[in-house]
Ligand binder design. Structure first.
Ligand code: PPE
Length: 307
């Protein structure tokens, strides 16, 4: 589905018309995948549009930059404000937000250190990532033959644009084979995560997710779900999972900003079934949270207009 256009995109401190938000073809990041980015969502709440865990996302963005030795020209506070401003001027209520720090035009070659650093923030309305049907009845997953990149190749903790070639290969592989989404194992054969989501299984009353050392991104939705699940009284642990653990899970689901919380219906054609009780409860609580209906988690919603 084509991106739904809005009015303005924030580029290096200026609000630029959508159609003018262009870069030179010799932009460093376009050639070497040397950018870092975030995926954030704003939601409609009773107090107006609010961005879910905005500061945490911007902090992670600057941590990704640090791992790549990219010096952001803007602080966390400045980018938080710029994000809110971009949501405000576009008059969007619920939207997806894509900040990007990239190495610009001027230098070429594999040494990124002399490059100029540019920052953009775009917002646009983006509906369900894996479909309404997926949210309600679950998605069918394929364990990919592509392995998650080893931490000693590109740090999986950094949301580096180039890292997503790995995710795209796995995604296409799964789609071509007739599945909805892929699961990536790491080079040791343990489950890491999906192409753009973290993964959880429910087994014997416990909720299990792979540790970050398995190559999973430190997902902000993952963290929110661990808090919500524990508050609901569930035991949540971080443990390595084998492919076969997925096949015999009682329930399974994936989490991410774009995807939100999506039940897993089957893995490699081993049926898990319709979403179970644990998944449903967590999903319900997550959706109520982002809509601003849960007092306990209201602090996660950062309003774009001061009230
Ligand atoms: N793992 C990966 C590899 C990943 O890209 C994401 C986010 C997650 C886990 C979940 O992290 P979090 O959003 O903090 O809960 N993926 C973003 C990009 C998706 C895209 O298609 O682009 C997102 O969900 O916005």
């Amino acid at each position: 589905m084509p991106i739904q256009k809005v009015d303005k995109i924030w580029m290096d401190g200026e609000l630029v018309d959508w159609d003018d938000a262009k870069i030179h073809v010799l932009t460093h990041t376009l050639h070497y995948g040397s950018g870092v980015f975030e995926g954030i969502r704003a939601y409609h709440t009773p107090g107006g549009p609010a961005v879910f865990r905005l500061t945490d996302h911007i902090r992670r963005l600057l941590q990704s930059a640090k791992m790549l030795m990219i010096e952001s020209p803007y602080s966390v506070e400045q980018l938080v404000e710029a994000t809110k401003e971009t949501v405000r001027v576009n008059n969007v209520d619920a939207c997806y937000i894509r900040p990007l720090i990239y190495l610009g035009y001027g230098e070429m070659g594999l040494n990124p250190l002399p490059c100029t650093v540019n920052v953009s923030i775009a917002v646009w309305p983006w509906g369900t990532y894996l479909g309404e049907e997926g949210i309600r009845h679950g998605v069918r997953m394929k364990v990919s033959s592509w392995r998650r990149q080893d931490p000693n190749m590109i740090p999986p903790a950094a949301k580096v644009t180039g890292l997503y070639v790995n995710s795209s290969l796995a995604k296409v592989d799964a789609l071509k084979a007739g599945y909805d989404e892929a699961i990536l194992l790491n080079t040791q054969g343990h489950v890491s995560e999906c192409t753009g989501e973290n993964l959880f299984v429910v087994k014997g009353g416990r909720i299990i997710t792979p540790p970050l050392s398995a190559g999973a991104l430190d997902g902000i939705t993952r963290d929110s779900i661990m808090v919500i699940a524990r508050d609901l009284g569930y035991e949540v642990v971080e443990e390595n999972l084998l492919r076969s653990d997925l096949y015999i899970a009682d329930e399974a689901f994936l989490t991410g900003t774009a995807a939100e919380v999506v039940p897993i219906r089957a893995v490699d054609d081993r049926v898990i079934g319709e979403p179970g009780e644990v998944t449903r409860k967590i999903q319900e609580m997550y959706f109520a949270t982002i809509r601003g209906e849960v007092e306990t988690y209201k602090g996660w919603l950062e309003h774009v207009r001061s009230t």
